[in-house]
Ligand binder design. Structure first.
Ligand SMILES: [Zn+2]
Length: 119
C-alpha cells in the first residue's frame, strides 16, 4: 500500500508521514517545521525566574533604603532594566509581552529607588 500525496500525487511509502517529493503532510493536520517556528514552548520556570530577577534588581534600592537608610543602593537598580529590554526584543510575542510587563515593574522600582536616593 502506498500513500499518495494530495499535493503532487507522488506515491510515498506507507510509513511516510510527509511526501518524499514535496514535503506535503500525508497525515491530516500535521505540519512540519511550522510547529517549532511559531509555537515555541515557553519555559515557565525561566519566565518566573526572570520576574524575580527583575523585581529583585529594580526594587532592591527602594527596599534597602526603606529599611536601612542606605539609599545609594538605588544606583544599581538600573540593572533591573536589563532583562525587560532583552525580552522586549524577542521575536516571540508571548516573551515580548512579559518583557513589557517587566519593563513597567522595573520602571516603578527604579523610580522609587531614585526617589529614595534624592530625598
Ligand atoms: Zn508531494
Amino acid at each position: 500500500m502506498t500513500r499518495i500525496c494530495s499535493n503532487c500525487e507522488f506515491e510515498n511509502q506507507d510509513d511516510y508521514d510527509f511526501c518524499a517529493k514535496c514535503g506535503n503532510p500525508l497525515v491530516g493536520g500535521v505540519r512540519p517545521n511550522n510547529l517549532m517556528l511559531y509555537q515555541p514552548r515557553l519555559n515557565k520556570k525561566a519566565i518566573i525566574l526572570s520576574y524575580i530577577v527583575t523585581i529583585f534588581l529594580s526594587w532592591s534600592g527602594f527596599v534597602v533604603a526603606l529599611f536601612t537608610k542606605h539609599s545609594s543602593v538605588g544606583i544599581f537598580t538600573f540593572f533591573g532594566f536589563f532583562l525587560p529590554f532583552y525580552l522586549v526584543q524577542s521575536p516571540v510575542r508571548e516573551l515580548k509581552k512579559h518583557g513589557y510587563i517587566q519593563l513597567i515593574i522595573s520602571v516603578i522600582g527604579v523610580g522609587l529607588s531614585f526617589y529614595m536616593m534624592l530625598h
